[in-house]
Structures are given as C-alpha cells and as structure tokens.
Ligand binder design. Structure first.
Ligand code: SF4
Length: 808
C-alpha cells in the first residue's frame, strides 16, 4: 500500500512493507532471478505452500491480518499488514513468511550478502505487531521455497525489539521528512503551474476552445474525446491545460502515442512549454529493444553486465540525480547515462520515470497486458491523467493485444528440435508439445468432418486442457532457464523461450473469457494457426481508462465519435465528445467526388482502365506530386498495370515497405516533381506522415478503405451486430472510412498548402458513406462535392489558385 499522511489529522497510515528498509522492487532478489514469469511463479509457489501448510497443520492460519496503532513524533500511526501464515506451537505464536527464490542453493549466500534483509525486517515487524496484541511469546521464520529445485529452507528470524524500534522511529521520521519535502515541492509546483504560460505569442483558430474543453473535462473529473483536424495545434492544446492542472495538484501525466515520431513532437512541445525551468520533469520512455546496448539481449544478470547487481549499483550511482537535473529527459540522455554508469538504460528510464511529472511513451506501456508499466498501474493510479494521441489507432492495437495465436508449424519445429537433443529438459518439452500437437490435429479433424473441410472455422477451446498445459509449461520454464544458465548460451531469439511466452499470453487471454472473444482455427498455406480473436477491446481498454483520473483522447479522425467511444471503452456517462473544424482556408483545397466509377469488389474489374485514365487526366492538369490511395494492394496492382506507358514516374508501395524506405520516398518527393505514389489506405504513406508544402499537391482516393472481406471480419460483424445492432458499420464502414479520411488529410498540412482531394467511387455519393465525411468538407451537404466533370472542376480550381498567386 502507499503511505498516506494526513497533515490536518496528524495521522500516518501505512503497510508493513512500507516500513522495511529497502524497496521491494529493488531488493536484489528480483534481478538475481529475473525471469519473465518469475512474478507469477512466485505467487503460485506461495499459494501452493500455504495450501500444503493448511492441509498438514490444523493450527495454521493463512493470510492473517494484523493492525496496530501507536503514537510517535506527534503523529498517530496506523500500521497494517498481512502475514502469510501464523500458528501456535508449545504455547508460542509462530510467524511464517514464505519467500520464493530461484534456487535454494543460493539462499545462504544471499543472506550473507544482505540480499534478503527486507524479508527479515518484514517478518520482525510481524512478530512485533503480534506481540503487541498478545501476551504470548512470538517467534518467526522465513520459509524459502526454491522454484527451480522445489527445495525448502527454514531460516529463523532473530527478533531484536530495541533495534527494530530504532529502525521504526528512523523510518517514520524519514517518511515525515519526505512528506514535508514533497509538500514544499508541491507548493513550488503550484506556483510554477500558476505561472505556466502558453508557449506561443498567438493561438491558432479553435485552439483556445479546445484548451477550454480539456480543462473543463479535467475540472469535472471526466474524460473527453476530441476530433480535430491538422492545424488546430492539438498537442499543445491538450498538454498545456493538462500539465497545468496536473502540476497544481501533484498529479502525473502519461502522453501516449502509436509512433516514435509523434513522441518526438510531444517532447519538443514540452521543451517549449517548460523551457527547462524547474517545476516539472518529463521523460520519454523508449522500447527495451531500442534502448539495449547489447547486440543480443538476454535480460539476465548471468548474461548482461548492465543488469548485474543493478539495484545496488543504481543506489550508489548518481545516474538518477543527473538525469533529473536535465528536466526534459530524452531516450538518448538515458542511454548515455546507462552506458556511463553501466546500468541497463531501459530499467534506468523506468526508475527515473517514477520521479517525473510527465511520461511520454508508446500505447503499450499503458495498455498492453504483457508490457504495461506495473510500477504505475498495478495499484491505484487515479492521480494520473492520460492523453492518447491519434486515438483512432488504439482500436486496432487494443484488438491485437488480446488476439494471440499459436502456430502449429512452430510447435512441430520445436518437437523436431527437442527430439534431437538429449538434455532432460527437451524430453519434458516434448511431453508438453505432443499433447498440443494432438490438440491441433483434433481441431483439424473437426474442421474436415464437421465444418465441410473449411479453411477457417470457429472452435470451442477446452480451457481445462490449456490450464494444465500452462501450469506444466511454467514449471518447465524454470528448468529451461536453469539449463540455459548451465550451458550459458544467451539468445534473444530463443524459440523455446518465445513459445513459453506465446503460450502464456494465449492462456491468459483465454482465461479472460467473454463474448468479445472468438476462437478460430485457420488452415493456411504457410502454417495452421489457432487464434483467439478479440472483436472488441473495449472491456480491457475501458478498465484501464476508468482507473485514471481523466483521459483525453484526440485524433484528426475520431469519427464517428460514438463508435470510437464504444470500442475504446470510454464510459458513455463520463465522456464528453467534441469536434473542431479545420482552421485552414477552405479556398486552398478542392474536395471532389467522382461517382462515375465503381470500386465495389464485384464491379471494379470493369473500371481499372477508366480509373487509370482518370488518374492520368487529373494529374496532368498541374505539375506536382500526387498520392493515390487504394483500398488494397491487389486493386492497386491492377490499376497500375493499366496506367499509360508514359507515366513512368510512379512509386508503388509494396507490402513489406518500412519507414526508412518511406523516408527515402519523401525525400524524393521534396526534391522532384511529377511523381505519383501508389499506396494503400491505412498504410505507411497514408497515416502518421506529413507531405508539407509542394511535396504532394493531391490525394486521390480510389474507393473507401474498407477492410477486406474475410472470415475474421465476418466474425466481428456478427459480434457487433449482436452487441450494438451495427454489424457492417462497426466491422467495415467506420474503420474503412477512417482510413479514407486519414489518407485525404495528407495534402493540406499548413495554412499555405494548396491541393486537391479526389474521392473516386459511386459509394462516396451516397449518404451512407458521405455522412461520415468531416462536416467542414462542405457547406450544407456532402452532395455538393459530387462533380459532373472532375477534370474541368479541378482545372478551374488550379486556375483560381494561379490567379490569386498573381494578384499577390
Ligand atoms: S541492457 Fe539489454 S540485455 Fe541487459 S537488461 Fe537491459 S535490455 Fe536486457
């Protein structure tokens, strides 16, 4: 529990763990046996031991609550705790604290080195608390249980009341001092927050309104979702009021994004806002892989010098103070400090973040069940404000977090590998993999016999089977680490380790249960896959959001807002929905619908040539670069093959194109003219990328970017129909139109940008589709955008642009 101090009542409420001299997360034992599933195993060892003790000793009571009140240093102190086990023997009360360790063999050495000091101190406090409530003699011991070897060791606790009382007084005194310093610091922060100024001399159109909305939501202790196009200055409009509010009240801000590039923009905004003055400190947390200085990373003290004795070295180093002094802490700062002090840069960034007022990071660190920041989100976090940038992206991410897969080909590969190796651990792997492979076979047989040999079909997974598999795998995981330790071959791409983690995530999601999850078996050419499909991440995302003080979700395309509110898990009753129009002059853009082509799946083949000619005609009207966005790669390739031969300057996005290749393309666009980029909606050229000035003067959207028809989309459609009565809309239309509007938004990125946005497809002329256009695209009705002659309308637009240019 966290220490609570009430200065008015002069009262301190705290737990026994708050009294111990070391922070548990840093007490050394954690890093000495740092396994990915260590926490879980520790818990299960705990439960098993308690169960065994209860069954074998009728005098044994588990999870005994202790509470004691006393006065010290003018404060009334209330201490609470929960002892693992208590029993009576020979007239004495005995305290038994269970501690799981990796291997019993290392316990004695660990005790000599003071690694378990906090555990002994904790047990001493329990003895003392029980003594204060009883006339009987109280003793105690630590019961160490080895996860790897299954051995136990009882170590008696030496209880020295005098020494413990000295420690108690020192600890309470330091808690009071810390609190005084914090109060002093908060006073300064309040003054700083009051003086915090908007960092620009003027505000953009709608920026003040957006700030007022954000502040209003914070004051109401509610959430807000804001849809505002490029140009409003969303980042600073959310950050400024949120930071002021948070600093004033001693709260923390998390600003999460889906891309690293966005994080850099946020950090730049914070730099402007804070001007490196004292009063607030912010950090940008970067992913572990990117922060690791090792070529092959294997986060274990036996293999990595940066994590060996990390807690001790961190305590004796000046790394945290130096970083805190910087105020705006970048990943590069933390990396350099980590190298200098020989501390894992990623762990260092997490440790520094505890002292920061604002944390800028990826969505994953708040929402991903595998990597979320436990140090912030495992207990109460209602003193944190969350800002979600480009929040429409969280929907797909959320589904991905809760849609794990198991691949049959990988299981077979592991079995083959294991059968060629003699170590007993591989024999045990086979004992786990074989039943899983049999399970795959059973599901396939079911598909062939009961589902007409379908390639994809729904299955009902046997949760008992997976529970048992998970339990065995967890035990085996420890043995595997022991084996790895013995042979000392570190590797980050260890397929067995990957399997253990994949199975763990799979079983975790399976255990969640719920209508939003579908179990699917897919017989694919590249391997058969068993998948849990999360159709709707709202329950899981909503749990996190509801625990925060307030959440501000914003995006240029958060439409329809009700859809995003539902699928992102925002509470209808405590969420305000707001939208702002584009602040850029409407005269700078021409938005037009060509309804004379159809891109429907069943019709599009008739229009390949027509579309190719249309693209050629409108891009010939003015020299410049154009972005042409399709709904799929296949469609793109078909139209491309019909492009006239003279259009040689076409860059085609291919399926595996990465962000570096995109950067090369954008550099070309900034240096040349006359290039067409053929890309897909929802891809790296249509979202999270800017084409400033003349880099691109037109976006041509060929059909709405609806997700392709697939078995999974249909499963989702059925789910959404059941849940919201809007199957097609939630599964296809809304996410599809979001991609379209994102792609359309690439051209006009500043108030001086001029360009055309062309939407080619008959469906864009129907209300079902065009009612989803941003309202600032038209005056009264989206029908105004339907053109009878696109070429002529676009010519006129460019002529008008030239005429204004001449006048100026
Ligand atoms: S330095 Fe790299 S390998 Fe070592 S603990 Fe950190 S991330 Fe893991």
């Amino acid at each position: 529990m966290t220490v609570k101090i009430d200065w008015d009542k002069k009262e301190i409420i705290l737990g026994v763990k708050d009294l111990t001299s070391q922070d548990y997360a840093h007490s050394g034992h954690y890093f000495e046996d740092n396994l990915p599933i260590r926490t879980y195993l520790g818990r299960s060892v705990h439960e098993e031991s308690q169960k065994y003790r209860s069954e074998t000793d009728p005098a044994y009571s588990r999870e005994v609550i202790v509470k004691y009140e006393t006065n010290l240093l003018n404060f009334h102190i209330i201490i609470q705790g929960r002892v693992d086990g208590v029993y009576e023997k020979d007239g004495s009360i005995v305290v038994e604290e269970i501690k799981s360790v990796f291997n019993i063999a290392g316990v004695k050495q660990g005790i000599e080195n003071g690694v378990y000091e906090a555990f002994f101190e904790q047990a001493e406090y329990y003895i003392w608390l029980l003594k204060m409530q009883s006339d009987k003699r109280v003793t105690g011991y630590l019961l160490f249980v080895g996860i790897a070897d299954g051995q136990t060791e009882r170590i008696p606790v030496k209880f020295n009341e005098k020494a413990l009382m000295r420690k108690f007084e020192n600890r309470i005194s330091s808690i009071i001092k810390e609190s005084e310093l914090k109060r002093e610091w908060q006073k300064k922060q309040r003054e700083f927050a009051e003086k915090l100024e908007f960092p620009f001399p003027t505000k953009r159109e709608f920026q003040q309104e957006m700030m007022d909305e954000v502040e209003g939501a914070l004051l109401r202790h509610q959430d807000i979702m804001i849809s505002a196009p490029t140009g409003v200055g969303k980042t600073i409009a959310a950050l400024f009021p949120a930071l002021r509010y948070a600093l004033y009240r001693g709260m923390r801000i998390f600003f999460v994004t889906s891309k690293t590039t966005q994080q850099r923009i946020v950090m730049d905004s914070l730099k402007l806002l804070l001007k490196r003055k004292s009063g607030a400190t912010v950090i940008n947390i970067r992913a572990k892989e990117k922060m690791c200085p090792n070529e092959d990373y294997f986060c274990h003290p036996d293999f990595c010098p940066f994590i060996r004795e990390y807690p001790k070295r961190l305590r004796t180093s000046t790394a945290i103070e130096e970083l805190m002094h910087k105020k705006i802490i970048t990943p590069e700062d933390v990396y350099a400090s980590g190298i200098f002090h020989r501390l894992c840069p990623f762990e260092l960034s997490l440790d520094v973040s505890l002292k920061c007022d604002a944390i800028v990071c990826d969505y994953n660190y708040v929402f991903d069940p595998s990597v979320y920041l436990r140090r912030f989100f495992s207990e109460k976090y209602d003193d944190s404000i969350l800002i979600i940038d480009e929040a429409h992206n969280l929907y797909q991410r959320g589904m991905a977090y809760y849609s794990p897969e198991l691949n049959r080909a990988k299981v077979i590969e592991l079995m083959q590998f294991a059968s060629k190796h003699d170590a007993p651990v591989f024999t045990e792997f086979i004992e786990i993999l074989e039943p899983l492979e049999d399970y795959f076979k059973k599901l396939e047989k079911f598909g062939i016999e009961e589902r007409s040999n379908a390639k994809e079909y729904l299955v009902n997974l046997d949760t008992d089977f997976f529970d048992e598999l998970e339990e065995k795998t967890e035990q085996l995981a420890v043995k595997y680490y022991v084996y790895k330790k013995e042979i000392a071959v570190p590797s980050k791409d260890d397929p067995f380790q990957q399997f253990i983690m994949d199975l763990g995530i799979f079983c975790y999601v399976l255990s969640l249960g719920g209508d939003e999850f579908a179990h699917i078996y897919c017989r694919k050419e590249d391997g058969n896959v068993l998948k849990i499909l999360c159709c709707d991440p709202s329950r899981q995302l909503g749990e996190r959001i509801s625990g925060l003080y307030s959440t501000i979700a914003m995006s240029a395309t958060l439409e329809p807002q009700q859809f995003y509110r539902d699928v992102l898990g925002f509470d209808r009753d405590r969420t305000t929905l707001r939208r702002f129009p584009s602040p850029f002059p409407k005269a700078n853009r021409k938005i037009i619908i060509n309804a004379k082509v159809s891109t429907k799946y069943t019709q599009r083949h008739k229009f390949y040539e027509k579309i190719a000619n249309f693209i050629t005609d409108i891009t010939a009207l003015r020299e410049g670069n154009y972005l042409v966005f399709f709904s799929s790669y296949q469609f793109l390739e078909n139209v491309y093959s019909h492009m006239p031969a003279h259009r040689l300057d076409i860059i085609v996005q291919h399926r595996s194109m990465c962000e570096n290749e995109r950067a090369i393309v954008i550099t070309r666009l900034s240096e040349e003219k006359g290039i067409l980029v053929f890309a897909v909606q929802g891809g790296i050229f249509s979202e999270g990328v800017d084409y400033p000035g003349d880099t691109a003067i037109g976006a041509i959207i060929i059909g709405p970017g609806l997700p392709q028809y697939s078995f999974e989309q249909e499963v989702m459609k059925n789910y959404y129909q059941e849940r919201y009565g809007m199957g097609f809309e939630y599964a296809y239309l809304y996410p599809g139109m979001n991609r379209t509007i994102q792609a359309a938004g690439r051209v006009i990125r500043s108030e001086t940008d001029k360009g055309i946005i062309v939407l080619a497809d008959e469906r864009f002329a129907t209300r079902y589709y065009n009612s989803l256009f941003p309202p600032d695209w038209y005056e009264r009705s989206p029908d105004e955008l339907i053109s009878k002659n696109c070429v002529e309308d676009i010519s006129q637009f460019w002529a008008g642009v030239d005429a204004i240019k001449k006048l100026n």
